[in-house]
Design a protein around this ligand. Sequence first.
Ligand code: SAM
Ligand code: CA
Length: 219
Amino acid sequence: MTTKSSILDATIADYIVNATVREHPILRELREETARLSQWRMAIGPEQGQLMALLAHVIGARRYLEIGVFTGYSSLAMALALPPDGYILACDVNDATTAVARRYWESAGVAGKVDLRIAPAAQTLEGLRRENVEPFDMAFIDADKTNVDAYYEAALELVRPGGLILVDNVLWDGAVVDPSVDDADTRALRDISLKAGRDDRVEAALVPVCDGLLIARKK
Ligand code: SAM
Ligand code: CA
């Protein structure tokens, strides 16, 4: 199985995947279908799906909030990891790519766990805060990068103490350490790691898996 990493040498990245990843056959099918799309790089790699599933098991997650679904690789990996009474609230704005996700949730028999909201995530999150919903155990932020700080703040309100907030792409293909790159997406991703690193409300670690995953545990 070959994978992609923005940071690691391809041989090492493939070694990690081939040595340790046990991918559900339906996840593999979804990864292969997604690979045929021009935007395939938006999906997390299988080693990250497995890490997220492991984290869900470690904290006994039942309620998972996802911001940015695309064709559903991360949400399907999490739906398969959550217990039978697990619940996923998934936010996206794209009907076409989430139709692919729905198809795979169905074929894996986990569609009943997923509550997909098609609307700008800021609007969905604001609604959840107003409704005072039961707290989530884990949130994954992987949508429009300029809103990453707003999503982080919303997730901090919506996740229980001891729960996890994950932010994807925090290495942004290495752009975060290139001082000549100063576009809004790169700035937002740089800023969120610096903020979480100093934020007394969380303990954080930046893990160099795929394109960089920031893991923040709410105190
Ligand atoms: N987590 C997915 C995975 O690993 O397969 C990839 C998500 S992709 C990087 C980002 C997604 O965010 C896209 O599907 C896009 O439609 C969605 N998105 C962009 N802007 C958004 C917004 N304002 N609210 C909700 N979703 C948004
Ligand atoms: Ca991503």
